[in-house]
Ligand binder design. Structure first.
Ligand SMILES: [Zn+2]
Ligand SMILES: [Zn+2]
Length: 339
């Protein structure tokens, strides 16, 4: 960015050009004022908002002129974070916001009001929706309703905190967002061990984070079902499916040998932890890692453009390529014969 910025600044009209030096010419203030291209102003405003994404950051700038106000609004409303129906309804009434918005981050229930307005955000490229307020009985209907109005411009779709991941849900995303280059669908993020072992157990029961063997008899079976559902996504390059391919009994066994279910937790009791932090579970990593690679290979056969498949995993290792121990994910890079 910096070299481009400098080059463009140097190319800006100079106030010392020979044409403006005539003794007899009347001073032309408009021509002699320093000039910055609008793209540079856009960069500057975007940079100002990077660390402090609040309107007061750019309020004074927006008051300088009509053009500056337009630039300020365009940048400020390029990222929309929507947490309530009322906020969504207000945003939809702002003139210009539907063409300024590039990224929308919302909770599913906030978009229930005026859902059809979503389709008129014609320059939106990234849509992220949290489903934490949804349960297994509502999230599919909710996703169907929201995705039916997704604008055709979408290239990045992220559905977080889902109660489950099913082939019909994947097929919905593929049918309504055919130009996706990145698709992220997460269930395992519901398993944040931030309270006590009882809450951790409850969170595990409320989400189908490990669909093998109850929903799918094996990781390959799961990959075939998911791959067939996603097959219409011809330009998809990055796929994240946030479910564990380790069998569900592994998680249940971990709760049995590691959990401390006294309630309320005694003072000073350590917080819950997953199999990723458990010495007794560590030896089970091998077959799970193999299953993750095999399932990614199956998916790659359905998705001709995909470059990487990311799974939730208990067995990410620090320093291993593709593993993210903080997020608990592993990315399998797809290498094809012709490469
Ligand atoms: Zn708790
Ligand atoms: Zn364990």
């Amino acid at each position: 960015m910096a070299p481009l910025l400098l080059a463009r600044l140097r190319a800006a009209p100079s106030t010392n050009s020979p044409k403006s030096e005539s003794r007899f010419a009347k001073p032309n203030l408009k021509k002699s004022l320093p000039y910055l291209p609008i793209e540079i102003l856009d960069y500057i405003v975007a940079f100002m908002l990077l660390d402090h994404p609040f309107f007061p950051t750019i309020e004074n700038f927006s008051l300088a002129s009509r053009q500056f106000r337009l630039i300020a609004f365009r940048q400020y409303f390029s990222l929309l974070v929507v947490r309530s129906k009322a906020h969504w309804a207000t945003l939809c009434q702002i003139l210009g916001v539907r063409s300024w918005a590039r990224t929308l981050d919302a909770v599913s229930t906030a978009l229930y009001a005026n859902t059809s307005h979503l389709a008129s955000f014609t320059h939106l490229h990234t849509l992220t929706i949290d489903f934490y307020a949804e349960g297994p009985r509502t999230h599919h209907t909710s996703a169907a309703r929201l995705l039916a109005h997704a604008p055709a411009s979408l290239t990045h779709l992220e559905l977080r905190l889902l109660p489950s991941l099913t082939p019909p849900l994947l097929a919905l995303a593929a049918a309504h967002c055919p130009h996706l280059r990145t698709l992220v669908l997460r269930v395992a993020d519901r398993l944040a061990p931030d309270c006590c072992w009882n809450c951790y157990d409850d969170a595990g029961s409320a989400a189908l984070h490990s669909p093998v063997p109850n929903e799918f008899c094996s990781a390959e079976h799961l990959a075939h079902a998911f791959g067939a559902a996603l097959a219409p996504l011809h330009v998809l390059r990055h796929l994240e499916l946030g479910v564990h391919l380790s069998p569900l009994p592994l998680f249940h066994a971990h709760l049995a040998h590691a959990g401390d279910f006294r309630f309320p937790p005694p003072p000073g009791a350590p917080p819950p932890f997953g199999p990723d932090a458990c010495a007794a579970c560590a030896p089970l990593a091998g077959p799970v890692r193999d299953a993750e690679v095999r399932a990614a290979a199956v998916l790659a056969a359905y998705l001709p453009s995909v470059e990487g498949v990311t799974w939730a995993t208990w067995f990410a290792k620090r320093g291993r390529e593709g593993d993210d121990v903080v997020r608990g994910t592993t990315r399998i890079r797809i290498v094809r014969d012709e490469e």
